[in-house]
Design a protein. Sequence first.
Length: 479
Amino acid sequence: MTITLARADGSREQLSDDVLDELDGALRGPLMPGGEAGTPEPRREWNAMYGDRAALTARCTGTADVIEAVRFARSRGLLVGVRGGGHSVAGLSSIPDGLLIDLSAMRGVQVDPERRLARVQGGAVLGDVDRETQAFGLATPLGRVSETGVAGLTLGGGYGHLNAKYGLSCDNLVEAQVVCADGSVRTASETDNPDLFWAIRGGGGNFGVVTSFTFRLHPVGPVVAFAAVLYPLEDLGVIERGWREYAAAAPDEVTTFIVTLTFPAAPGMPEVIHDRPVAIVAAVHCGPDPDEGMRVLQPLRELGTPVFDMSQPMPYAVVQSSFDPFFPRGGLRAYWKSQYLDELTDEAIDALARRALDRPAPLTLVNTFRLGGAVHAVDPEATAFAERTSPWMVSFDVMWTDPGQDEAAVAWGRAAWEEMTKYGNGRVFLNFTGRQDEPLQAGTDTAFGRNLRRLGRIKAALDPDNFFQLNNNIVPVPG
């Protein structure tokens, strides 16, 4: 029996049983052919548009397995994908005709409470980290859905509930272990391989497979002040204007955003919001006194007449999973588009309100995020993540279930994003970028700006053949 895999140059490679046995013997984790019956994926791809199994999967148990998989693929010129959390909206952790390096078994988290550091394996998801760090009343800024992978989130920047006070996920990275394209292992930090360290803080998966991250931790929780106020969607224009004024003046302890969707008929939730189109005004105050935090958040509960108000002091770990029901793994098809704004004008709000009332599916989201604080305190050239000035970001998270709706849903997302270019500054957030016939380089010029050339030079030094190409791809630039 042979398995045929795609090569990076577009040709095909046939791997015999003897060759596969050689790789299998070098791995501690299992080597799984794509057609293997009775062996479900340990971690499904989140976006159902990219659910096909890889032709061959190396289910790695540690850094040594990753090294073996990279060296094997490199020696044969195979097309390679990497899966950490598998939560890529663009399906960048799915590779149906190549070799998938799967880190889903590598999800250990080790906390040093005295030094306030957490070492996190490359296959961990956010919930893994929050569980371990909250045992010590500590946290690092991560995303807003507990099933999101730490690796993809951090390598792409990392927005979440603590950004205004503590910055992006990548801003809190102090060290990483990286398996590079030549199969070597490098430690990346401010003192060791500083160019690589600079590049992986926002530059995506272009530079290697990160098998562990070490994060700086901060005192957060275990209980924080949490606002989640559901207003009628038809009132979004008025609500968002009031939110804009509050958010612009809020202290750094507050990170806030607005989500619009049709609230599902979830068990245990009041019937008044079942299948109801709503605008959710959400915020976290991460200060040490939850009661004081609730007083600071109170104006968000008075922007209009709520349909339902879930605001209360809440365990931080619960806050971190509170939006999970809107993002079920493998249950939704998705195409997202994002854009930064220098100013959230009345005209922009009105355009968002019109789009929110005309969404193509109930779980399609129209979101507005307030940015600033610690995120903007970092120089745009201090890390690869270059967007450090825009105070607002809008995202159209188009999500639906019927494959027959693919074309119409994607078209709606593109049209909504195109309309928003009238109000945005042209820059995009790559982690919130879908891929439907768009090249892998799409958006990298606006996302990285002046940093793109330096990223290209580092790519040329570490991966001149573009071995790691299934990502928001940066073209190697010699010299």
